[in-house]
Ligand binder design. Sequence first.
Ligand code: HEC
Length: 127
Amino acid sequence: MTIHRKLSSALLLAAAIGLACPAFAQDDAKLQASAKLYDTYCAQCHGVNRNGKGVNTIGLSVQPRDHSDTAGMSTLPATQMFTAIKGGGAAVNKSALMPAWGSVLTDDEINDMVDYLRHVCKCGAAK
Ligand code: HEC
């Protein structure tokens, strides 16, 4: 019973925040959608903690980028991230061990992913 009541007040609160601040709620929904895609497609290499230490990195001759590294990620322009995700590492003269996602993710999803990565590395708004 109490759990139900807590749950519904949490939902009401979430709805109220969403109504009071629609732009924020929309950004938040995009970040969550990207986080889900990341967990599905990227985490096995880039790690569930986004630190480049995924379960699938043993034996990779080039280690995946640490997406939580603020200094390292700040130097990556958003356009390069977009190209790397869409066309794979080879598209930006990096390792082809970074796969191309252009046939899996739409351009909108890739753009949202770039925003998400800049959120993960705490690099600030997209450049
Ligand atoms: C099979 C392992 C693997 C998977 C899966 C993978 N990556 Fe990577 N990724 C890599 C490797 C390895 C690099 C490092 C390439 C280099 O530095 O030469 C990399 C680098 C990157 C970079 C940096 C590119 C640059 O210019 O330095 C970005 C951004 C990136 N990955 C995003 C993603 C996203 C988003 C996904 C999921 C949609 C993903 N990766 C899935 C292996 C992977």
